[in-house]
Design a protein around this ligand. Structure first.
Ligand code: NDP
Length: 284
């Protein structure tokens, strides 16, 4: 039977970029298929000097939202209509959501991390050691504090970045933050209940890279988290498992931030296991 074709005021997109291998796209579209959502999530490369036009385009084309990566996480803010609480504290956005006729910037990286953390332990009152002071560390530090952690030790190679993040945490969230310059092998204090690698150490292709801390200071039952999604079984993850720690890998964080983004855009609570499987297929 013939179908009525209803041509409205449309632009039909046609662009040639290598989108099929993008892990986040594979993960989000797997969730859309699984939940029968007639939605698309496409990866579109945007140069820094095209960002303002790209956001205008997203408005004009009725996007329900989009994720943005480095170098757009801070620069996008001036093109939006408002920010969620934690994005405003961090000064960085990785997820934009249309609410009514406004585009609101959120940050789901740290929220995704905390979802995974809460599956293993309640962060309330916990003492955290976090390696790193870049974008991921900033997102995690803010959200872990908003979730109730009371002490955060920031261990970072660059003193300037480490001090800047520590200051931000002390000024803007209800946790006590302390900076330790990472200039020698670090020993995890016995009082630390959660240890986080928020550096890029271990990311492909440097898959055997090791954090410079004394692995004998890890103890059984401690929660150890690594942000590295590729490969997920980093040296830290393997060491922590061998010591009997409870481990969160970087795929968990990536999946959970995706679940939150999908919920913001579509209202659907996506199944994380489907999304993790899609990521595992991409990362082999
Ligand atoms: P940034 O570049 O902003 O920060 C990198 C951090 O790693 C800095 O603290 C840097 O220290 C530290 N670092 C890098 N190399 C070394 C080294 N050899 N020795 C000591 N410290 C080092 O990156 P992001 O924070 O944006 O990302 C960090 C990692 O988090 C990436 O690998 C990314 O893939 C991952 N990530 C994972 C997510 C997930 O969902 N799983 C989400 C977001 C990020 P210094 O300041 O001294 O340079």
């Amino acid at each position: 039977m013939a179908k009525e074709l209803n041509f409205k005021q449309e632009l039909t997109a046609c662009f040639g970029q290598p989108v099929s291998e993008n892990p986040t796209q594979a993960m989000v579209e797997a969730a859309y298929r699984h939940h029968g959502l007639d939605w698309r999530y496409l990866t579109i490369e945007v140069a820094p000097d095209g960002l303002a036009d790209a956001v205008k385009g997203a408005r004009a084309m009725g996007f329900q939202g989009f994720n943005c990566t480095i170098p757009h996480k801070v620069a996008v803010i001036e093109h939006l209509d408002g920010l969620g609480e934690s994005a405003s504290v961090m000064g960085a956005v990785n997820c934009v959501v249309r609410r009514g006729d406004q585009l609101i910037g959120e940050n789901t990286d740290g929220k995704g991390f905390v979802t995974g953390l809460k599956e293993l332990t309640d962060p309330t009152g916990k003492e955290v050691v976090m390696f790193g002071a870049g974008g991921a560390a900033r997102a995690i530090g803010v959200e872990v504090a908003l979730a109730g952690a009371t002490k955060i030790t920031v261990v970072n190679r660059s003193v300037e970045r480490g001090e800047e993040l520590t200051q931000l945490l002390n000024d803007k969230v209800p946790a006590d933050a302390e900076f330790v310059p990472w200039d020698k092998t670090f020993a995890i204090p016995e009082s630390a209940e959660v240890v986080i690698n928020a550096t890029s150490i271990g990311l492909f292709p440097d898959v055997d890279a090791q954090l410079d801390f004394d692995f004998n200071t890890l103890r059984e039952g401690q929660v150890v988290a690594d942000v590295i999604p590729n490969p997920p079984r980093t040296h830290l993850v393997r060491e922590a498992e061998a010591k009997g720690c409870k481990v969160i890998d970087g795929l968990g964080m990536l999946v959970n931030q995706g679940v939150i983004g999908i919920e913001y855009w579509t209202g659907v609570d996506a199944d994380p296991s489907v999304m993790r499987k899609a990521l595992e297929e991409v990362f082999g």
